[in-house]
Every structure is written in C-alpha cells, then in structure tokens.
Write a protein that binds this ligand. Structure first.
Ligand code: C5P
Length: 404
C-alpha cells in the first residue's frame, strides 16, 4: 500500500498492547505512515521508545499534549492527519469515555477532533468485558457508523482465566486495517445480506480419498470481510479452511460444508433471506459414482473410476432466485480467461462473473493476491489489475455496488 496511507494508532492500557508492536512494524514495512498515541496506562505496558522506533515516527503521550508550546493543538493536528484511527487495545475505561463523548487525555480528545473511521479492538478480563455497563457502552459506541469493531476472541487470558476478552491477533488486526483503508469506512452495502461461498469441496471415494482442488477459501473470506466493513450482513458457506483463515471470520455467520451436495443444501437454505449471492467456491464438478463407508484396501481400488456429476449450485440458484436477488459467479480459468467466463455467465444465468487466471504466477488458488476481469450481464468488461484479494474484494463491491 502506498506511502500516502495514514494510520493513527491509539494504545490504551492492557497487556494486549504487546501485540500491537508487530502490527506497527508490518504497517511501517508496507509503507503505511503510522503515528501512535499512548494513554498513560498504555505507556505502562509498552515503552514509547518501542512504538516510535517501530513506526519510524514520534509517538505521543499526554505529556506532549498538555505541554505543547507551539503550533496548532496536537489533538487537532493528529485528528486531521488520520485517515484511519485504530484503538488497540481498547480498555474498558477508554471505551466508557468514547461511549459518552468524554475527552480527558490526548487519545480521547483526538477521537473527538477527527472524522475518520475508527477501528476498535477491545481487550480485557472476561468479567470486565461481560459487565452490563461495559456491554452497554460497547453497543452504544457501535450505533455510530464511524466505529468499526473487532470483537474480542476467547482463549487463555493474561489473568489466567479462560474466556472472552482476548484481543484479536496481529494478522486479523492488519486485515481489518487494510480493509478499512480500502473502503474509507464507507458503508455502501448497509442493509444488504450477502451469501458468499468459498473454498473447495471434497467428494470422497472412501473415508481417506477424495476428488478436490487447491482452492484455499482466501478470496471468499476477503469478500466476506470487505462486505462486513461496507455494512453488509454476511453468511459464508465454506469448504475446509486453514485455522488462520477461520480465525478471521469474526462477525460473520459461517457454515462449514465438505461436499458439493452439502454446499448446495446450505446455499438453498439461505437463498430466500439474501440480496446478493457471491459464488466464489471452487466446487468439484464431479464425484466418484460410489462412496465406500470404510477405507478401501489398495488391492480393491478400481483401475478406473466411474464418475457422477454434482449439482451446478449457482445455476440452480439462478433458476430459483427472486427478481431483486443478484448472482455473482467466479470463473477460475487458464489461457484466454474471457470467452469461457462469458459462456458461463450466460449459461448459468448470472448477473456478473469474475474471471481470474490460475496459470499466472502470484494469482489464483492459494495466493494472497489475484487479478481478474469482471464481466457483467450488461456486457461490461472491467479489468482488476494484480492486487491483494482483499483489495480485489473491495473493487468488486465498488463496481457492483453502483450497478446492482
Ligand atoms: O466450475 P465452473 O468454472 O463452472 O465455476 C463457475 C462458477 O460456477 C463459480 O461461481 C462456481 O462457484 C460455480 N459452480 C457451482 N456449482 C458447480 C460448479 C461451479 O455453483 N458444481
């Protein structure tokens, strides 16, 4: 991401502050300008020197705020500078101040002196998180469209408790930060419910052998995250995902399936409730004609494998959809990607299809990056040059958001 992106990081008091160091480091290495504001309690957990060194910029404290002697007030400068404000960790105390519009330190004054989106990553002990007052504040703050949440996860907490209150991991924080930088905090999909499929399906011959493909599910998870940030409700139907990817599904209703038939059933179940369907899954088009319930001995394996078709899920959804529902497919192709994708767009009855090459290094199955040509039913052909899958997801929604 270009140098011009500007993230202001607010660090309030919590042991999860240590995780923020790697976030600052990754952003700075990617060329994002990071400035940081530490509350007094934040400084108890992480030295100013660490933050300033990692960000390659000065970091600010209440001391810099109250003792400023020249120039414009620091909170105004920082508030105007920030393109995105991230508060991680967000303590119960700072949350309470945000919920009530209070401003008694540099961080809370800067929040009030800025208009950019604010990403909140709470971290606290389970009992603190579950206090009614804290939950009230959390819901109250999120009523304001300016605030975006990364809900705390569950796990072992630093207080030796197991429960909810763990701050999101750095990878997850970074994905949210990049996503909000792409969308600029716009909630242009607000009120829409998206049904997204992703990953591969597996068609078993016996309990150990299956027909499948290398799709990782990264594109669909990126689509789901981007849609959530743009204000949509998301239901994600996915094949097997790596744990790191599963950890990024916070706030998303996720349904895990294995076979194309299970995916078909899940998609049909949710179809009536949704506005858009994005079928990013790489469905196995065929399955073994018979499935053994127990493992076949090597000697019993057939020399050739009789195959049977699986349902064409998206084509079936197109038959059953209501007039206001929109269907977007994906076409993973080799060679000239446009003609076969156009043919699928028409044959399956889709509103748009994203044709992406799987024979170009650094894009397609399993990669973090992708490139594509977005084809619409109206005959448009929009090139999406190589970029991260998250950026591509935002570009797809930007194009389709104004057309559908
Ligand atoms: O596999 P194919 O290239 O035909 O996939 C194009 C689109 O159709 C994708 O959106 C894919 O998810 C969908 N599809 C499906 N059911 C299948 C095969 C593909 O919905 N059995």
């Amino acid at each position: 991401m270009a140098d011009s992106r500007r993230v202001l990081l607010g660090i309030s008091g919590g042991i999860a502050a240590y995780k923020v160091c790697s976030v600052i480091s990754s952003l700075a290495k990617a060329g994002v300008a990071v400035k940081a504001v530490l509350t007094q309690q934040g400084q108890a957990f992480i030295p100013l020197l660490t933050v300033a060194t990692l960000s390659r910029r000065p970091a600010y404290t209440d001391e810099s705020f109250w003792q400023a002697t020249q120039g414009r007030p620091l909170h105004i400068e920082l508030g105007e500078w920030a393109e995105l404000l991230v508060i991680a960790p967000l303590s119960a105390n700072t949350l309470g101040k945000l919920a009530h519009g209070l401003a008694d330190n540099l961080l809370t004054n800067t929040v009030l002196a800025s208009t950019c989106p604010v990403l909140l990553a709470p971290a606290m002990n389970t009992d603190m998180w579950q206090q009614r007052a804290v939950q009230r504040n959390w819901h109250r703050v999120l009523e304001d469209a300016r605030y975006h949440a990364i809900n705390p996860g569950s796990g072992v907490l630093a207080c030796d408790r197991i429960g909810t209150g763990r701050m999101a991991e750095p990878e997850d924080l970074l994905a949210h930060i990049y996503s909000l930088l792409h969308s600029g905090g716009r909630r242009d999909l607000a009120g829409k419910h998206l049904l997204i499929s992703t990953g591969s399906t597996r068609e078993f011959l016996d309990p150990v052998r299956f027909i499948g493909n290398p799709a990782s599910g990264k594109m669909g998870v990126a689509l789901a995250q981007a849609a959530i940030h743009r204000g949509a409700t998301v239901t994600l139907v996915h094949g097997p995902l790596e744990d790191a990817l599963k950890a990024r599904l916070g706030g998303i209703q996720a349904i895990e399936v294995t076979t194309a038939e299970e995916m078909h059933r899940a998609m049909l179940t949710y179809l009536p409730q949704v506005d858009w369907v994005v079928m990013a899954a790489a469905v196995a088009d065929i399955k073994p004609a018979t499935q053994a319930a127990t493992k076949l001995a090597k000697a019993d394996l057939p020399e050739s494998l009789p195959l049977a078709p699986v349902p064409d899920i998206v084509a079936d959804l197109a038959q059953r959809r209501q007039p206001h529902q929109r269907l977007i497919g994906f076409a993973a192709q080799t060679g000239d990607i446009v003609p076969p994708a156009l043919e699928k767009l028409r044959r399956k009855g889709l509103d748009a299809i994203v044709a992406n090459p799987i024979d170009v290094a650094g894009s397609g199955f399993g990669c973090d990056r992708n490139q594509a040509i977005l084809l619409t039913q109206a005959g448009e052909k929009i090139a999406i040059p190589p970029c991260t899958k998250l950026e591509m997801a935002h570009q797809i929604f930007e194009v389709l958001g104004v057309r559908f």
